[in-house]
Design a protein around this ligand. Structure first.
Ligand code: GCO
Ligand code: CA
Length: 257
């Protein structure tokens, strides 16, 4: 193997990706799998998940399914136990699962605010903490959280999402400073506007679509596949000294006024 390929080789590394039945999570799972990882796809719907696993397997990727709701701590711990049982260790966690809820703040229901924060922030804490316990035992590992370009920047009607994703940026740094001595790096990828099912309503809205295209220096939405490379980098030897970082993948949108 050349130095070049070793830098991005994920052979024999088991990586759990939450929210992996579609969109960014599926793209990151596919990219890591293409670089040799055994990718464990998580989602709430077991059938949809198995379909994705079958697709990746047909592409020559070692893929497995672990269906659970990330807000169910006990289910997450049971899945981690099974994965470590099958593979000896969990190399990486990509805590990507997230939900969106769009309502003007003055009308935003408390229960929806709690639900978004519970999935987009608290579940990343509980699963990240529980995965890190296994990584400590194994002498190290990698955690990547999916945050968002939104956080430092805001737009109307998504207060819960923005608050949760900004909190997840801070959690990434908090975990990085504690887990470094255990050989665990903790980073985040911050997507801009990506053409995923979660954003279908926005893409189909002519005005919103024009806003995104106009506000993005690259002048377009991202394809989910364009998030895969960052996941490989942060899971690979190439990223071995990167921790506490937020890697923006937004076509330049976060820096354009
Ligand atoms: C929205 C979108 C955003 C994008 C992305 C932007 O309603 O504005 O869903 O949340 O998904 O997170 O960075
Ligand atoms: Ca997003």
């Amino acid at each position: 193997m050349t130095v070049a390929t070793q830098l991005f080789d994920l052979t024999d590394r088991a990586i759990l990706i939450t929210g992996a039945s579609r969109g960014i999570g599926l793209a990151m799972a596919r990219a890591c799998g293409a670089h040799g990882a055994t990718v464990v796809l998580n989602g709430r719907n077991a059938e949809a998940l198995q379909s994705r696993v079958d697709e990746l397997t047909a592409e020559g990727i070692r893929a497995e399914a672990e269906a659970f709701d990330v807000t169910d701590e006990a289910a997450g711990r049971a899945a981690l136990e099974r994965i470590v049982g099958r593979h000896g260790r969990l190399w990486g966690l990509i805590a990507n699962a997230g939900v969106q809820h769009r309502v003007p703040v003055l009308d935003f229901p408390t229960e929806d605010f709690r639900r978004v924060v519970d999935t987009n922030l608290t579940a990343c804490f509980t699963l990240g903490r529980d995965a890190a316990r296994y990584m400590v035992e194994a002498g190290g590992g990698r955690i990547v959280n999916t945050v968002s370009m939104l956080g430092p920047q805001a737009r109307p009607t998504v207060p819960a999402y923005i608050a949760a994703k900004e909190g997840l940026r801070a959690l990434t740094r908090a975990m990085a400073v504690e887990l470094g001595s255990k050989g665990i790096t903790v980073n985040a990828v911050a997507p801009g506007y990506v053409a995923t099912e979660m954003n279908t309503a926005l893409i189909e809205n002519t005005e919103f679509n024009a806003w995104v295209v106009g506000k993005t220096p690259l002048g377009r939405w991202a394809d989910p596949a364009e998030l895969g490379g960052a996941a490989v980098y942060l899971m690979a030897d190439a990223g071995s000294f990167v921790s506490g970082q937020i890697l923006g993948i937004d076509g330049g949108m976060s820096v354009q006024v």
